[in-house]
Structures are given as C-alpha cells and as structure tokens.
Design a protein around this ligand. Structure first.
Ligand code: AMP
Ligand code: GLY
Length: 432
C-alpha cells in the first residue's frame, strides 16, 4: 500500500476544523497538520504555529516536511499568494493563485468579469474618485430600491454598506474613500443597484476546467434572531437550502459556475479550489452578489458532514486536473450549524472564558471549534465566533434538533447564539 499522505490545512477557524475533521476520515491520510489551528484541531491533527498568511514561513515548512497536499481556508492567504508560492516550491495546493483569487479580492475585477461573461448581477458603477461617486449618487432614487456601496478590496466581510437615504449613502462613500475605514481596500468603490430576495450560497469544487457543485447552503449573517442587528461573519448555516432545489443547482452550475471557471481559464487565471457563488434569488431570476475564492464559513461546517465522498481524494484530484474522473457524492438528509459567539460580538468581546461540556455525548452532532485555545488543558474562548455546533439527520427539522440539543450541553460565560437557524427553510417546507 502507498504510504499515507501528509496534509496541511491552513487557517484557524471553524471552517478549518471542519476541513481537518473531514480529511481525518480519509483512508489515504498519513499525517494531518493545521496551521495555526485551534483547540479543536489540536485534538485530531498536529497544530503548527505559523500564521495563515505567513507565505514564506508556510511554504518553507511545507517543503521541508514533504507535504503532499495543502488545503487553504482563508482568502487573505490566497490573496497574499500562498498558492503561487507553494506551487513554485513543488507543493500541491488546493486553492487558487493570487490572480484567480482576484475574483474575491477585487470586487471591481469580479463585477467587470461578470459583465464580460454575461453573468447576471446588479447594475453597478466603479469609482476611484470621490466626487465621481458622489455625482453618481445624485441620480439614485432611494424610494425605488436604492444602492449598496462596497469597498472593492478584502475587508473581512465588513466592506458592504446598505444606505437607506442619500445622506447615508454620501456618508458611506466618505467613510470608505476619504476616512479609509477599510484601508486600501476602499481605494476603489463599487456602487450597485440594491437587489431583494432570498440569499443562497452555492459552492463548487474545480480543477480549473471541470466544476462539481456542492449542496446549496444558506448562511445567517445578522447577529440576532429574525435577521436583526449588525452583520457578523456568519451565525449559522444549513444545507441543502430548499430555496435552491436540485434543478436550480443544475441550472446555476451550467449557466454561471461553469462559464465563470471557463472564463477565468480563458483569461489566463485558471481556478483550482472552491469557487463560492453568493446569489440573491430575485423576482427577475438569480443574480450574483459575489464570488469567493474558498470554502465559506460557516457553510463548510454544514456541508462537509453531508459529503459522502473522500474530501482528500476530491481535493487531490482538483490539483491534478482530474476532477472529471472522481465522483462527488452527497448524503441524503440535511445538516445545520449553530454558531456560539462571545458576548459583545460582533463588537468588542472578552476572551479567556473556560468552556465546558465539549466532551458531549453528542448524537449525530459535532462541535467545530472556531475561536478557542488550550490553556493548561482547559479549552478557553479566544475569538468572536467561538464554536460551530453541527447536527445532521434525515431532514432539516431533525438536524436542527440534533444541533440545538448539542448546544444545550455546552457552556461558557455570556455565550450568544441564534435560535432561528434554518427558520426560512422550515417555513418554506411547512408551506409545501
Ligand atoms: P457581498 O460581500 O458582496 O456578498 O455583500 C455582503 C452582503 O451584503 C450580502 O450577503 C448581501 O446580504 C448584501 N448585499 C450585497 N450586494 C447587495 C445588493 N446588490 N443588493 C442587496 N444586498 C446586497
Ligand atoms: N459565510 C460567508 C463567507 O464565508 O464569506
């Protein structure tokens, strides 16, 4: 038998714990490393204390340790050129080059790319000049939908503003372009038509040519129940999303994901990794809100428990241009992830609270660590999003019961979580 493969997962959140958890189930795995990881990944892999965006450090480490595959979680590492550096050092990597990652790292590039390839998206303007942006706003009717204002660069999910009147819109442009609220990410600004409808995420594996979609998922971005309060990194997710039935997944794959992958290849930016398309299902059809160049967080925590195929095999096939040859199979049923966050999140929050109840017992549920750390054998909080608790079962209501039953077992001071994960889907299923 061939020796087991040595795999490095890069990142430290719930997404990376879920990636490591799934890779750990592969019969082809030899040794598993996570850089830098968290208290959860330490239990099933060897943590390596290198930052996710330490391109030279990670590249040298991976080459020295004979790593057979690197799976990159966060966009910042990809935008910093981690995949390029690893490839140049001869280390196979599941994740796009810096040029291909521009599909997420530059919203201006992404919008123009969508326009060049006829992919449906909100009407938009791109501005590098403050007065030109203000001039454009003069023509906007805020009674009729209004606009969304976005910093073009990476802003950790915070660079999107939805003003409700002309004054707020001007203030938003001022904040991004003149006050540099998102640093250089706001040197270029996109002002686009505000769309309405249900949002879904469709992620797909790609080897640069072939595209194989995952199940459709839905994220919950606001901190509060019923989508109230400020935006977060994501407070929960579930899959499959009934708002996006299999026929729609097939149509979105054929009409949007495949042309995007082919378009990137044709423009000399072949995309290897996970292409994440965020859609709004508007009354006039699905429209692209964004592309991301990586797995979603927390969508991954809901998706991977449903992946029947070997993630290591699929990712490796992508790096070798063989995705067409491998089966990407999904289990029947549904999964849901409930995020437990620190008190105060997404604003300022304390760290260092001891967490109890992590040993379960859990039944068809798993606790993915996000912001956690080990201190003298005790798991303590070390981030805004602390844990992602995923349950799975034959259908979504049962999966949600599994997830919330597990949540009840876990305690840390001031933990906050949404009680309505999957609520939209439940209403849709009940209405059927
Ligand atoms: P993005 O990072 O571009 O996906 O934007 C973050 C969030 O802002 C999305 O998940 C939507 O909730 C919202 N958003 C972005 N673009 C639009 C748009 N054109 N119309 C309405 N909401 C939007
Ligand atoms: N869940 C949204 C994201 O990963 O960007």
């Amino acid at each position: 038998m061939a020796p087991g493969l040595r795999v490095l997962v890069v990142g430290s959140g719930g997404r990376e714990h879920a990636l490591a958890w799934k890779v750990a189930q592969s019969p082809r795995l030899g040794r598993l490393f996570v850089a830098p990881g968290n208290a959860g990944t330490a239990a099933l892999a060897e943590n390596v204390s290198l930052a996710a965006d330490d391109v030279p450090g990670l590249t040298a480490w991976a080459a020295r340790h004979g790593i057979d595959l690197v799976i990159v979680g966060p966009e910042a590492a990809l935008a910093a050129g981690l995949a390029d550096a690893l490839r140049a050092a001869g280390v196979p990597v599941f994740g796009p080059t810096r040029a291909a990652a521009e599909i997420e790292a530059s919203k201006a590039f992404a919008k123009d790319f969508m326009a060049r390839h006829g992919l449906p998206t909100a009407a938009y303007g791109i501005f590098t000049d403050f007065y030109a942006a203000i001039g454009y706003l003069l023509g906007v009717d805020f009674e009729q939908g209004g606009v969304v204002i976005k910093a073009s660069g990476l802003a950790a999910g915070k660079g999107v503003m939805v003003p409700t009147c002309a004054d707020d819109a001007e203030a938003a442009v001022r904040e991004i372009m003149l006050d540099h609220a998102f640093g250089a990410a706001g040197d270029v600004v996109i002002i686009e038509e505000r769309l309405s409808g249900e949002e879904i995420s469709l992620l797909a594996f790609s080897d640069g040519v072939t595209v194989k979609p995952m199940l459709p998922a839905q994220d919950h971005k606001r901190i509060g129940d019923n989508d109230t309060g400020p935006n977060t990194g994501g407070m929960g997710a579930y899959a499959p999303a009934p708002a996006c039935p299999p026929e729609l997944v097939a149509a979105l794959t054929r009409d949007i994901l495949q042309p995007a992958i082919s378009g990137l290849a044709a423009e000399g930016r072949p995309f290897v990794g996970v292409l994440y398309a965020g859609f709004m299902l508007t009354p006039t059809g699905p429209k692209l809100l964004e592309f991301n160049c990586r797995f979603g967080d927390p969508e991954t925590q809901a998706l991977l428990p449903l992946l029947d195929s070997d993630l290591l095999e699929v990712a490796l096939a992508c790096t070798q241009g063989r995705l067409a040859e491998v089966d990407v199979r999904w289990k029947a049923g549904a999964a849901a992830c409930v995020v437990l966050a620190a008190p105060g999140y997404p604003g300022a929050y304390p760290s260092g609270a001891p967490i109890s109840g992590l040993a379960g017992p859990f039944d068809q549920a798993v606790v993915f660590h996000a912001g956690t750390r080990l201190a003298n054998d005790q798991v303590i909080t070390a981030g805004g999003r602390v844990l992602g608790v995923t349950g799975w079962d034959a259908d979504l209501p049962a999966a949600l019961r599994r997830a919330y039953a597990a949540v009840e077992c876990i305690h840390f001071s001031g933990a906050q979580f949404r009680r309505d994960i999957g609520g939209r889907a439940l209403r849709r299923l009940e209405a059927r």
